[in-house]
Write a protein that binds this ligand. Structure first.
Ligand SMILES: Nc1ncnc2c1ncn2[C@@H]1O[C@H](COP(=O)(O)OP(=O)(O)OP(=O)(O)O)[C@@H](O)[C@H]1O
Ligand SMILES: [Mg+2]
Length: 321
């Protein structure tokens, strides 16, 4: 059953071309994005820096409003809901950010950090105490951690605290925006396993946003590949990793192998969006046209739509692989 449904979401920003000119152009940070996250499942979102992943996360938690499109959560249309209407649902959608340093208040003790989201419920202090003690233990940390300050924790421990805080209100959907990206590989693996354990226990759905394609492969049931604000490929993770249909997905998958080569190459990459200061609105066809090894004239002129290349596997390419 669908827990979250995004239908043709759009969000643009007006950007000044440079500090010396008033010339502005519009950037489609999220460009006609639709997908569904099922109850109890993990949906991965991958794509290079600046492709619109965090903007999408902010739209879902209603930190920002879309220009167009709809967001359904638990079958309710939350798109136009006022802050007051959305308040009961806000507890059901939580977000964990990449950098636990900036997302955890440095002066609060771990116990206060985890219990903060519970304040809105006016619960008895004993109930709150029991809940945070239960959570900290579920995170694999001892109760003594409740009296510590964030700077007294390691990166992995801080991220466990961030997850505990997100789970305090029994959410249904947790958005993990690069939540493991800053951790070393073995700590990442521990946190990923913890997330799976918590998912089983609480029947959670995750939106797992990451650069790390290995982490996504490990945790996500389905995924979407984002490029330049658009979803260019989506499907069951195992299938997409085995038979990527979009040339951009193939490049992303190849790049996880050739990262070392890229470092030696001075960090030059074909995937970069940076410096592409043209209005998105001027691009008629495929946004990947310039970088695609298979592009033809048609790709420049006509915008490819997501088409089913195999059951449940979609790609927006006229010449899928
Ligand atoms: N408030 C804003 N005003 C103007 N432009 C913005 C704003 N927020 C985001 N953008 C732009 O929208 C694009 C998408 O940004 P976003 O943060 O969603 O990318 P991302 O995929 O999360 O990148 P990363 O992987 O680096 O976190 C970027 O080009 C960014 O500069
Ligand atoms: Mg981001």
């Amino acid at each position: 059953m669908a827990l979250l449904e995004l239908k043709s979401l759009n969000k643009s920003y007006e950007i000044e071309k440079n500090i010396f000119s008033r010339n502005r152009f519009k950037l489609k940070a999220v460009d006609d994005v639709s997908f569904t996250i099922k109850q109890g499942k993990t949906f991965g979102l991958v794509g290079e820096s600046g492709c619109g992943k965090s903007t999408l996360a902010k739209l879902i938690v209603k930190l920002i409003n879309p220009d167009a499109g709809k967001i359904f959560f638990d079958r309710q249309d939350i798109t136009q809901q006022t802050e007051r209407e959305f308040r009961p649902l806000r507890q059901k959608i939580q977000i964990v950010f990449q950098d636990p340093y900036s997302s955890l208040s440095p002066r609060l003790k771990v116990g206060q950090i985890i219990s903060e989201p519970l304040e809105a419920f006016s619960l008895r202090p004993r109930i709150v105490e029991e809940r945070i003690a239960e959570l900290i233990v579920q995170m694999g940390l001892g109760k003594e951690y409740l009296n510590r300050l964030p700077y007294e924790l390691s990166g992995g421990e801080r991220q466990r605290v961030g997850i505990a805080r997100a789970l305090a209100t029994y959410p249904k959907l947790v958005i993990l925006d690069e939540a493991v990206s800053s951790l070393d590989l073995s700590t990442q693996a521990q946190i990923l396993n913890l997330l799976l354990e918590l998912q089983n226990r609480y029947k959670l759905s995750y939106l797992f946003i990451a650069h790390n394609l290995n982490a996504v492969e490990f945790i996500a049931d389905e995924l979407a590949v984002m490029y330049y604000g658009q979803i260019v490929e989506t499907g069951v993770t195992t299938r997409v990793y085995e038979k990527p249909a979009h040339p951009y997905t193939r490049m992303l998958l190849a790049s996880r192998l050739s990262f070392k080569r890229k470092l030696l190459n001075g960090g030059k990459t074909q995937l970069a969006r940076e410096g592409n200061a043209v209005s998105d609105f001027k691009i008629l066809g495929c946004k990947f046209f310039k970088y695609c090894p298979n592009s033809k004239q048609k790709c420049r002129q006509i915008k490819p739509q997501l088409e089913e290349v195999a059951p449940g596997h979609f790609a927006s390419c006229f010449y899928p692989g």
